[in-house]
Design a protein around this ligand. Structure first.
Ligand code: NAP
Length: 252
């Protein structure tokens, strides 16, 4: 097992990519704390599913955009599990609109969840990581933050911000033996993709060289690699997981 007895916090793990990461890291022996916003029954089911693997798990209803609540959650998790080794900043939302129709609230909700959420959780963990001289952070960004995507100015800005955050923090804390990386998925089959119209999805597929949407497990396996010792010389990087979408020249 790659992560035996490590403790991982994953934001937004009730569904999709976060759920797959929680199970993947759990299967490698990590104890898993995760949060969610609304999906209580899915959260409790996942907690049980992770415990059945033979590791510890704790689900908490915490809004990732709430600085104080996130700080308290990290403190309590460390007390409960006896430490913290891995942080996965996964929670994210979309609220797609052309800029001319985008209200201030549409902008702020996405930035507060996707970007400020990463700040809140990482800020709560970083001093502990520095004191123990170890830690591993993976941030889930998006191809949208690299190539841009029409009607996603809020989302793409939040995701591009995460890439800058990742590089800057990687430089800041490398001397403390803390690695900070990101993964940038393209189109992954989760509830987020379900929001897209079928005709649009067919068009998108034409632009993906590997001719399929990704699975949450495609992302989870790369995250597992990044938090393992196999990636011990990798920091500040953003690994694109998109079936080749972005090498098509941003034609979506
Ligand atoms: P998803 O299926 O919509 O799940 C989002 C998760 O985030 C849920 O567990 C949700 O909890 C949680 N969440 C949302 N807002 C939250 C908040 N304020 N506080 C705490 N938790 C919150 O999303 P996904 O497709 O798996 O995406 C996961 C990450 O990958 C996101 O950062 C997304 O931007 C990124 N990504 C996804 C794709 C894709 O194609 N799917 C592509 C590129 C990047 P509840 O269930 O309680 O609402």
């Amino acid at each position: 097992m790659l992560l035996k007895s490590k403790v991982a916090i994953i934001s937004g793990a009730t569904r999709g990519i976060g759920r797959a990461i929680a199970l993947e890291l759990g299967r490698e022996g990590a104890n898993i704390a995760f949060n969610y916003l609304k999906s209580k029954s899915e959260a409790l089911d996942l907690e049980k599913e992770i415990k059945a693997i033979g590791v510890e798990s704790k689900a908490s209803q915490i809004d990732i955009s709430d600085f104080d609540a996130v700080s308290e959650w990290v403190k309590k998790t460390k007390e409960l599990f006896g430490g913290l080794d891995i942080l996965i900043n996964n929670a994210g939302i979309i609220n797609d609109k052309a800029l001319m129709f985008m209200e201030k609230e549409d902008w702020l909700k996405v930035i507060n969840t996707n970007l400020n959420g990463v700040f809140n959780l990482t800020h709560a963990a970083i001093i502990g990581f520095m004191k123990q001289k170890s830690g591993n952070i993976v941030n889930i960004t998006s191809v949208s933050g690299i190539t841009g995507m029409a009607k996603q100015t809020n989302y793409a800005a939040s995701k591009a911000g995460i890439i800058g955050f990742t590089k800057s923090l990687a430089k800041e804390v490398a001397a403390y033996n803390i690695r900070v990386n990101a993964v940038a998925p393209g189109f992954i089959e989760t509830d987020m993709l379900d929001n897209l119209k079928e005709a649009y999805k067919k068009e998108l597929l034409k632009n993906i060289p590997l001719a399929r949407f990704g699975s949450p497990e495609d992302v989870a396996k790369v995250v597992k690699f990044l938090v393992s010792d196999a990636a011990s010389y990798i920091t500040g990087q953003t690994i694109i997981i998109d079936g080749g979408l972005s090498i098509q020249g941003g034609s979506f």
